[in-house]
Design a binder for this molecule. Structure first.
Ligand code: ZN
Length: 501
């Protein structure tokens, strides 16, 4: 019997964490019979050391990563792990890896299997997560990081890897490119237990086709059961060219009256996609003017062109990941590699300034808020729940010349979602316990998401030659999950399409 379980997606407190478990079919036992569509109550199943399993991801709830309100006790691992032989990481976003320190603290001592780029990025992202949410004790952080580095097993894409072969069954895994962020993978599991042999696929987060920098994901060659994300299960993205020109139009409009365009963005993925696209706009439009609209009797931005537009990345973490992206060009898609071959530097162009120290950050906020110098600032966090973007928001939301441009998903309850909802109506947002009126303009270019849209997800599933017998929809708002469920039921009437939990 091969079971799929979902840990922590139920109470909304934790992020992605799934389990594949072998268990002996017990005669007369309800709990091990067939597939458990709720899949969410591990107490239904015996978890003993003789029922080996693996975890796929171990993350924090989206938006929670920076809220800092959750205590270590809330996040402690609350399910059995003695039988867990390995953790497989789909990608290093915090909602997929943020609970790894808690997993180690709970005594997990197996390997952490991930792609080669993820193996480089995982300690970096966890170091940051540890500093924010776990401890300020440098020695303890270093011990945890050493432990993680020692456990990481980098697995090249497309290669089968045996995780265990035991009496009750065996399990092999293979990673395939997911096109979401650098190193992202979907996980194919070949599980054998008694007479049951199954290919079970966990999608992780899938990228949108035609997103910059990374090759798009190809559907699995086989999936008897599929666990799929649905962040954008209810939306479609604009195509690449449309959203590129929308980004251009929004930036031009935003910079017309001077002021700063603030783009809250996650450090990994979106920041690099944006830099890549902005470099492309600079290369294409070079001397083209941005915003020649008169301010009073003097055209204040007359001399602003794409070539002299300043782009600031204010985030040491984003800077670090941009460097890792730059170092790992073999994992880029053909288009991006062709640009490099032609002498372009998509992630390190001359108009780009990186701010590292906290002091420089504070100076930049103060300077830009006073000077109204036209400038694009990319700062984390992506949902405005913490990080340096908060200081910019506090200083800039009250001035109509400034603009906030959202390029990614904003989870419910985050300041980002509130700015997006109430900003255009002249509302306010609470930051660090205080109200800030929103006079800055608020825009969104939804296509800049590292997530597949509804049509992309459908194409991924429909591209599997033999439809899966069961599809489990995880990781998204309820509405998105239900929308994707409806579409999948229409297109694959034979498959059981369930939303666990
Ligand atoms: Zn992700």
């Amino acid at each position: 019997m091969i079971k799929i379980l979902h840990h922590g997606a139920v109470n909304g407190v934790t992020g992605s964490c799934h389990e594949l478990r072998m268990s002996q079919a017990t005669k007369g036992s309800q709990s091990t019979k067939g597939s458990d569509p709720s899949g969410s109550d591990p107490t239904l199943l015996p978890a003993s050391n003789s029922h080996p399993g693996i975890l796929i991801d171990c993350g924090l709830f989206q938006g929670q990563e920076e809220s800092r309100g959750s205590s270590a006790a809330d996040l402690a691992i609350d399910f059995p792990i003695d039988h867990i032989r390995a953790l497989v990481v789909t990608h290093v976003h915090i909602d997929h890896v943020g609970r790894i320190p808690y997993l180690l603290a709970a005594g997990f001592d197996g390997p952490i299997i991930c792609s080669e780029p993820s193996a480089i990025m995982l300690p970096e992202i966890l170091e940051d997560a540890l500093k924010i949410g776990f401890t300020r004790d440098r020695a303890l952080i270093n011990r945890v990081l050493e432990l993680i580095r020692a456990r990481v097993v980098p697995l090249p894409y497309g290669r089968w890897h045996s995780v265990f072969e035991e009496e009750v069954g065996s399990l092999k895994v293979r990673l395939q490119r997911a096109g979401h962020i650098l190193g992202s993978a979907y996980v194919e599991c070949d599980a054998l237990s008694g007479s049951a042999a199954e290919r079970i696929v966990f999608s992780g987060d899938l990228g949108a086709p035609h997103s910059p920098l990374l090759p798009e994901p190809a559907p699995p060659e086989r999936a008897d059961r599929l666990v799929i994300e649905s962040t954008y299960g209810d939306k479609n993205h604009e195509d690449r060219e449309t959203r590129r020109y929308r980004l251009k139009a929004v930036l031009e409009h935003a910079l017309e009256d001077g002021g700063t365009v603030l783009i809250p963005a996650f450090s990994i993925g979106r920041t690099q996609e944006l830099l890549y696209e902005i470099e492309g706009l600079i290369a294409e439009f070079g001397d083209g003017a941005i915003g020649v609209s008169p301010q009073g009797d003097r055209p204040r931005s007359e001399s602003l062109t794409w070539s002299n537009l300043e782009i600031v990345v204010d985030s040491p973490l984003a800077a670090e990941f941009t460097k890792i992206y730059r170092d790992l060009k073999p994992f880029w898609d053909e288009e991006a590699r062709a640009l490099v071959a032609a002498g372009r530097h998509p992630l390190s162009f001359e108009q780009l300034t990186v701010i590292n120290s906290h002091e420089d950050h504070l100076n930049a906020v103060e300077y830009l808020a006073k000077s109204h110098r036209p400038c694009v600032v990319i700062a984390g966090s992506g949902m405005c729940a913490g990080g340096r973007v908060v200081n910019y928001l506090k200083a800039m939301l009250g001035d109509a010349r400034n603009d906030v441009l959202f390029v990614g998903y904003q989870a419910k309850g985050t300041p980002g979602r509130n700015i997006l909802t109430y900003g255009p109506r002249g509302g306010w947002v609470e930051l660090d316990g205080e109200r800030y009126d929103i006079r800055a303009q608020v825009h969104t270019v939804g296509g800049y998401s590292a997530h597949a849209g509804q049509e992309d997800l459908l194409r991924f599933v429909e591209g599997i030659p033999q439809p899966p017998s069961e599809i489990r929809i995880v990781h998204g708002d309820d509405g998105a999950k239900r929308a994707l469920q409806g579409k999948l039921r229409e297109s694959l009437p034979e498959a059981a399409v369930v939303i666990p939990g």
